[in-house]
Design a protein around this ligand. Structure first.
Ligand code: SF4
Length: 305
């Protein structure tokens, strides 16, 4: 079996920054309760590793950031890389909490773009995934934006053609899907100022898969809730890779589904610990398909490396 370790893959700058911030905060405030509003990043192993350091993740499904904040009584609250509305920051201050903001600068630049557009009284179309924290933060932060989740919804948009129009999007969408949506918007609203805000980390990880030739299979390591991980699998499917395996760790890999003559690519989402992906790569490179060795144990101490 030929194994291709597709690069770049794994942690992006926003995730690295968020993890460093959480670890540093624990070092500086060893006795304070520390809570993270939502998952710091979308990976349950990172969440568990933070929990071991006494950093609690507040993440009840379907609750807004404001509702989650109700569950924090004291101490320090960290906002995740996905961004947060000004209202939530104000509410944290009013509760007497110290807050630290791990919002990624690329997410922040989308907020700044929309803020500027609203100040100029432009209409705004924002393309994102429903209930994803990044798009929720945008929808909670700005009134009257046109939130679009798929190409089919463009037909239903009713926007005043006399007003300027800004178009932007969630940073972790599929580069292939967004191109189609933006084309459709340009056809309907030729005056639209299009700002494709897919971040560089998302783009280069997707392009690295698009560049691969003749892969029989693609292993995508990442959390089921991670949108950028899901998009890597989607790109693989769009590239007609016949066998796509989405796994969280090596332990999810079913070797009975692999054929000895295959060329297998391995990639991982921007929120996947490199340690977990390296485990998959190392194991697959050393694999004897006739006599596979037992999977090694996961060492939780190395998740936040
Ligand atoms: S995926 Fe992109 S926008 Fe999201 S945290 Fe990483 S670099 Fe920032």
């Amino acid at each position: 079996m030929k194994i291709i370790d597709i690069k770049p893959r794994g942690y992006c700058k926003g995730v690295v920054r968020a993890i460093i911030l959480a670890k540093k905060t624990r070092q500086e405030y060893p006795n304070e309760p520390i809570s993270i509003l939502g998952s710091l990043v979308h990976n349950k192993y990172i969440v568990a590793a933070l929990e071991k350091k006494g950093i609690k993740t507040i993440n009840t499904p379907f609750k807004s950031r404001l509702e989650l904040l109700d569950e924090v009584e004291a101490g320090i609250v960290i906002f995740s890389a996905h961004g947060v509305s000004t209202e939530v920051k104000q509410a944290a201050q009013e509760k007497g909490l110290m807050y630290l903001d791990a919002t990624c600068e690329d997410v922040q630049s989308t907020h700044d773009l929309i803020k500027e557009a609203k100040e100029k009284e432009s209409e705004v179309i924002y393309i994102g995934k429903k209930n994803h924290p990044e798009s929720l933060a945008v929808v909670e932060s700005f009134d009257n934006i046109h939130f679009v989740t798929s190409i089919d919804e463009i037909n239903q948009l009713q926007i005043d053609l006399d007003k300027p129009l800004i178009v932007t999007n969630q940073t972790t969408l599929s580069t292939l899907e967004i191109a189609n949506i933006l084309n459709k918007i340009s056809e309907k609203y030729p005056h639209a100022d299009i700002n494709n805000e897919i971040c560089l980390a998302t783009r280069v990880r997707q392009e690295a898969i698009i560049k691969q030739q003749d892969l029989d299979a693609l292993i995508v390591v990442g959390d089921p809730t991670s949108n950028n991980t899901a998009m890597l699998a989607r790109i693989g499917k769009d590239q007609n890779i016949q066998n796509i395996f989405r796994i969280e760790t090596l332990h999810d890999l079913d070797l009975r589904l692999f054929k000895r003559h295959w060329t297998v690519g391995i990639t991982s989402g921007a929120s996947t610990p490199n340690y977990l992906t390296n485990m998959v790569v190392d194991y697959m490179k050393d694999l004897n398909i006739d006599n596979p060795s037992l999977y090694p144990e996961i060492d939780f101490e190395r998740i936040l490396d």
